[in-house]
Design a protein. Structure first.
Length: 506
């Protein structure tokens, strides 16, 4: 019988739920989860900063396709790090048919993040993706599976096609994925496809099919996933609108309260008894970051809870220390303020924003930022008049968006989450005149509760402190590690050690 974790550490992108955090949580017998969002761009920025600590290199040395790993190191590693104030390299934005180079980068970056999260223990590790960010799905998932990822979690949409992708990749078979294209006409080709055999460099390692957990917000979506998914759904995470990041829109006509936030009503409440009747394990999320809520969830028949905000402020998370410190001070004073912004995200989903001076939560900072779209993870694929697929983002320059058939009203209040979330973790892009992209912090409504994890006289806390606190009111048995394939380095360190000489003669 499978013993599921009582605590899932939520996937927080970009890079907040990094490999360090996931490693720390999984070592404790709970489920550590890395964010898979924009890992290719994050990986390149880590290499451009000189690979502090040598962790990216260590992951590359374990990657089963050594020539691919060597190419990426050669292309992006900067010995000693890029000069201060110099911009990070810009990658091509994803399309339905990506270049082999971008596909390889997705594979490698996801492999490395999962490999490092799994390093030094034998407990499962998960990876979280957003259904809204479809374009990198196929190579990202395959890279994570090459590293032995134990769970794939996905929300921000209805990920019906993902279980079938996992089934195919477990057999090293080609996988297809239907891209959502606005305005697509019947018969238009919107399929994405990736055949692992086209990238292999010899015998392929044995892969285990990871468990798939769909993140949903209602009984209706839970039932839809179980009935219509392309393969097995192993469990559900039921996320309420108090959770950080993207929230599901309220059901029915959108209404706003006096503060301008979406109003959630009776139709948005989850029927726990109905969830139990579905017969699959489920975890409750959104405002469950304390021991009492874990005990309550277990008593209601849940397998456990998913917690994000508490872990986002732990010492191991990727959030910038200065942002942690300022928001922690607010939490200790009970003055932390989180706004559910119905406009900020280009996805059109409500998005939780911590109110903090110097970030894009401040109107003047938002106004001063020049609209730029150069990462493009939240672009919306659309059918052009010529029958091709174009890409637009409601946070890009307004004139560009309108030229692509977008509506002016869709641009109002939209914020560039891609660049802001990179800034949240200390990898802000530098623009002209040494202007850095401003951050925009997303957390759950329970921001002010994070101060409860601080021990007397302490200014910070660890992931272990969070886990210990959450489990304090429930009986915990030893977690038996699930069998996962060992991923061993396939070539010695020497090729990468000699990379500087390779570069010098290139």
């Amino acid at each position: 019988m499978v013993q599921f974790p009582k605590i899932i550490q939520g996937g927080m992108g970009v890079g907040v739920s990094n490999w360090r955090l996931a490693n720390a949580v999984s070592r404790l017998g709970q489920l550590g989860v890395v964010s898979g969002t924009a890992l290719d761009q994050l990986f390149v920025r880590r290499l451009a900063d000189g690979d502090l600590g040598g962790h990216m290199r260590r992951g590359l040395e374990a990657f089963p396709f050594p020539e691919m790993a060597r190419r990426i190191w050669q292309d992006y590693f900067v010995s000693g790090g890029k000069p201060s104030g110099a911009p990070y390299p810009t990658l091509p934005m994803h399309q339905r048919k990506d270049s082999p180079k971008l596909i390889e980068l997705c594979m490698v970056s996801n492999f490395v993040e999962v490999f490092l999260a799994r390093e030094g223990h034998k407990n499962p590790v998960g990876i979280n993706f957003l259904e809204k960010v479809q374009l990198p799905h196929l190579p990202s998932i395959y890279g994570a599976m090459l590293a032995g990822v134990g769970y794939v979690l996905m929300g921000a949409g209805i990920p019906l096609h993902i279980p079938g992708v996992l089934d195919a990749y477990a057999m090293h078979q080609a996988a297809d994925y239907k891209l959502t294209v606005t305005g697509a006409v019947p018969g238009q080709d919107t399929q994405m496809r990736l055949d692992p055999a086209e990238f292999a460099e010899g015998p392929l390692p044995t892969l285990s099919r990871p468990r798939f957990l769909a993140i949903v917000s209602s009984n209706t979506l839970a039932t839809t996933m179980l009935r219509r998914a392309s393969g097995r759904v192993d469990g559900l995470v039921i996320e309420s609108p108090t959770a950080g990041g993207h929230n599901a829109p309220p059901r029915g006509k959108l209404q706003l309260n006096e503060a301008g936030e979406p109003v959630y009503g009776e139709r948005d409440r989850v029927d726990i008894e109905g969830l139990r009747a579905l017969g699959v394990p489920f975890w409750l999320a959104g405002g469950y970051g304390n021991a009492e809520k874990l005990r309550e969830a277990l008593e209601q028949g849940a397998a456990g809870i998913q917690v994000g905000t508490a872990f986002a402020f732990s010492e191991e998370s990727g959030m910038r220390p200065d942002l942690k410190k300022r928001l922690m001070a607010q939490a200790k004073a009970g003055t932390g303020d989180v706004f559910t912004d119905p406009l900020a995200s280009p996805t059109g989903f409500p998005f939780k924003v911590a109110q903090l001076e110097g970030t894009s939560s401040a109107f003047n900072i938002y106004q001063e930022r020049k609209r730029v779209c150069d990462l493009g993870y939240l672009r919306d694929p659309y059918a052009t008049e010529g029958g091709t697929i174009g890409y637009r983002c409601s946070a890009e320059p307004v004139a560009n968006y309108l030229a692509k058939g977008g509506k002016i009203e869709d641009t109002v209040g939209r914020k560039c989450l891609c660049n802001a979330l990179m800034s949240n973790i200390g990898h802000a892009q530098t623009r002209k005149d040494d202007v850095e992209e401003p951050p925009l912090v997303t957390v759950g409504d329970d921001l002010n509760t994070i101060a409860t994890f601080l021990a007397p006289g302490r200014e910070s806390y660890s992931a272990a402190d969070v886990v210990k606190s959450l489990l304090s009111l429930v009986e915990v048995r030893d977690i038996a590690a699930e069998p996962v394939p060992a991923i061993e380095p396939v070539y010695a360190m020497e090729p990468i050690l000699n990379i500087d000489s390779i570069l010098a003669t290139a």
